[in-house]
Design a protein around this ligand. Structure first.
Ligand code: BGC
Length: 717
């Protein structure tokens, strides 16, 4: 039915109207509810008439504004094909959830699903139709600022989270409470050389398929309706012009049949990448690669008409793209109601509700990671005489990058949340992120001296994570380390609380602190979540979705690395053998491994038992895991199951996550959990780039982090 509707529109469209659908404009082209062309937009060469043919706009929301613009657009457009509103609704719209990397740390797909659902519901009420999320790029380099947008370094965790996010955004039927998801950035944007933003990516197709592709695959399998191209080069060709990547892999192998949109200006950047001599060629390359929408490069608007008149293949490609875009509009119900049911009243009542804020708080509580807790420094009793010091104490800057509609100025600070619960809390104010004068330092020390415990709230501002924030130094700023050193000299228990969008080198922080809590950017209700964790109202259960290095020199460091010909053995022999894969000035091991995170409860793996140690390739590995909690607190943890294949055609990671389960275990108890792992999760990509499961010997490793595991052999027949 829908196709007939779309075909009817297609038949009436002029070539200009068709090309219009392939153009995406920024918000500046619409002001006071109307289309405009002002000075800065002149270089686009668009006329106002063309603006009334464009298919989509990005970065506009608000029920009133969207209604006005849609109304003006429909009034002025000949065929009245509704305008599509897209935006970056990444970890919340107005209710901001923890950043995606933190949602990864929840190891709880339900948390991710709820975060995406709430983001969809609020942004849909605000007139958004498509969100540029989830970002599912696998990331292993904390120098790259965009690690905060991903769920981390593991293909399986990322796949589970990608699936949950798409389902949360789109719901089962993409009704008016949901938005279409645009998976990004295809592909492998998370592996820029040296962690430098927009830099070259060069990995083999084998590695790409093993580790990077699965999360995109999961998002496409979850029926994500759009995909965005990445800025980077892959296999020698920029993604936006890469026919092998987009046609062979995305369309044919992954069976993606939705809309492919370029990233911002990425078609024009093909010239800088030097695969196109001019914008006309760039437009041609992108269209041939199957890019349906040109986001802000004006390549399609300038050159496709001429190209289509000269060449039937181009005209056919344009038709294909227009069809896909119109089908998307139809799926969103825009032909039936171009406003998708938005009203200012609905917006008022559905955005930032207390239920949504509570969900954001729960997500933050699920994602905060306790990295160290010596002598049970934490949790704190509410009447503790504590000092709170540091740049993060007084700020509402807890939302993190990509929280476009979030308001830091309205976000509760840690000082306020903790102060409400701790009558004896004293705060030393005025400490900045990257400066520290003697007066502030002396004042901080004075406050700390009067108190029994020192909470040092350290970290980075939102502006130092996200796009275009690559760093070569991933320690805390010198001034903050100076403050911490000074406070440590007082010989009182120190709790370091870190706000950051990326793994950091916390070696010195760890050495100087009795307890370390890593809170990421925890979102709108982050301060309350932090307070609940510090006071033990909530028992921490987050686990690291990325490895934390001992120093930046270990980067990229990730748990699921391949074996080498000369591995270290972790025995005293390593000291005598120079010719091993290692550093001479640093250990190979990280400061905190992937999957690591403590609880206030003392939970351990007591027993791992494989039900049948021989399985077939279509079977499941059934495992009984017994956990003990030797404390008087109930706690949550994550059972993590890893696998290693002993011998195979291609090298295998030392271990790969194949399953995880976030579980609750009651105080002073021993509890048995059953995990069931489908054999297909043990598949490897072979030299012919085919992925399948080999018969042979494997080891299953089960633990509460990736390093401390109980190993059990099994065989696949
Ligand atoms: C980013 C995308 C984003 C787009 C639109 C680009 O700079 O790379 O992730 O969706 O801008 O805001």
């Amino acid at each position: 039915m829908s196709s007939q509707k779309v075909q009817n529109i297609m038949q009436q469209m002029t070539i200009e109207e068709k090309i219009g659908q392939l153009i995406q404009l920024s918000a500046d082209f619409f002001q006071d509810g109307q289309a405009v062309i002002t000075g800065p937009m002149k270089s686009s060469n668009l006329t106002l008439d063309t603006v009334y043919t464009v298919g989509s706009v990005l970065g506009i929301s608000g029920a009133k504004k969207v209604r006005q613009i849609q109304h003006d657009y429909l009034k002025n457009s000949r065929l009245k094909v509704p305008l599509l509103f897209m935006a970056d609704v990444v970890h919340g719209y107005q209710t901001i959830f923890p950043i995606p990397l933190a949602l990864g740390a929840s190891f709880n797909p339900e948390t991710m699903k709820i975060a995406s659902q709430v983001a969809a519901q609020e942004s849909a009420a605000g007139g958004v139709h498509v969100t540029f999320a989830p970002m599912v790029d696998l990331v292993r380099d904390p120098r790259w600022g965009r690690v905060m947008e991903s769920t981390g370094e593991d293909p399986y965790l990322n796949s589970v989270m990608a699936d949950a996010s798409v389902r949360g955004f789109q719901g089962t039927d993409l009704d008016g409470q949901h938005v279409a998801a645009c998976v990004k950035h295809f592909a492998a944007y998370g592996a820029p050389e040296a962690g430098r933003e927009y830099n070259t990516v060069d990995i083999s197709e084998w590695r790409f398929k093993e580790q990077y592709l699965p999360a995109y695959q999961a998002a496409v399998d979850a029926q994500a309706l759009l995909v965005m191209t990445s800025f980077n080069t892959l296999f020698g060709v920029p993604a936006t012009a890469n026919q092998h990547l987009m046609r062979d892999i995305l369309r044919n192998e992954l069976k993606f049949d939705g809309v492919l949109i370029s990233d911002w200006d990425a078609i024009a950047e093909l010239i800088n990448h030097s695969v196109a001599g001019d914008l006309e060629t760039a437009a041609d390359l992108a269209l041939k690669a199957g890019v349906d929408i040109d986001m802000m490069a004006f390549a399609y608007s300038k050159y496709l008409k001429k190209a289509a008149s000269l060449d039937q293949t181009t005209a056919d490609l344009i038709d294909e793209s227009v069809t896909r875009i119109l089908e998307l509009k139809d799926k969103l119900g825009l032909f039936d109601d171009p406003y998708r049911g938005i009203t200012e009243e609905r917006e008022q009542s559905e955005i930032k509700t207390s239920a949504n804020l509570t969900a954001a708080q729960t997500a933050a509580e699920e994602s905060i990671v306790l990295l160290k807790n010596q002598r049970q420094t934490l949790p704190l009793a509410a009447d503790t005489q504590a000092a709170l010091i540091g740049p993060v104490a007084e700020t509402g800057d807890l939302l993190g990058s990509w929280s476009w509609q979030g308001k830091a100025s309205e976000t509760e600070s840690i000082q306020s949340a903790l102060g409400a619960e701790m009558p004896n809390l004293k705060v030393a104010t005025g400490v900045a992120y990257r400066s520290l004068n003697q007066k502030e330092l002396a004042a901080a020390v004075t406050v700390a001296r009067q108190q029994d415990v020192i909470i040092v709230a350290l970290g980075l501002p939102s502006s130092e994570s996200g796009e275009a924030t690559s760093l070569t130094n991933i320690k805390l700023p010198d001034e903050q380390l100076m403050l911490l050193r000074k406070l440590a000299q007082l010989n009182k228990p120190i709790i370091s609380l870190i706000i950051s969008g990326r793994p950091m080198d916390l070696s010195e922080v760890d050495a100087l602190s009795d307890a370390v809590v890593f809170a990421w950017f925890p979102g709108s209700r982050g301060a309350k979540a932090i307070s609940n964790i510090l006071l033990g109202k909530v028992n921490p259960s987050g686990k690291l979705p990325m490895t934390f290095p001992r120093s930046v020199g270990q980067v990229p460091i990730y748990y699921n690395h391949y074996r080498t010909g000369r591995p270290i053995t972790n025995t005293p022999e390593d000291d005598e053998n120079k010719y091993q894969s290692k550093y001479t000035d640093q250990k190979n091991s990280p400061l905190y491994p992937f999957g690591f995170g403590l609880s206030y409860a003392e939970i351990k793996v007591k027993d791992v038992e494989i039900v049948a140690d021989q399985i077939t390739t279509d079977g499941k590995l059934q495992v009984n895991v017994t956990l003990v909690n030797q404390s008087s607190r109930q706690g949550k943890t994550v059972i993590e199951a890893y696998v290693h294949q002993h011998v195979s055609e291609t090298v295998r990671p030392v271990k790969s996550l194949v399953d995880f389960d976030k579980v609750t275990i009651t105080a002073n108890s021993s509890q048995k959990f059953r995990i069931s792992i489908p054999c297909e999760r043990f598949a490897a990509v072979h030299t012919n780039l085919e992925k399948y499961v080999d018969a042979g010997q494997y080891t299953l490793m089960v633990g509460l982090d990736s390093e401390n595991v109980v190993a059990v052999p099994f065989v696949i027949k």
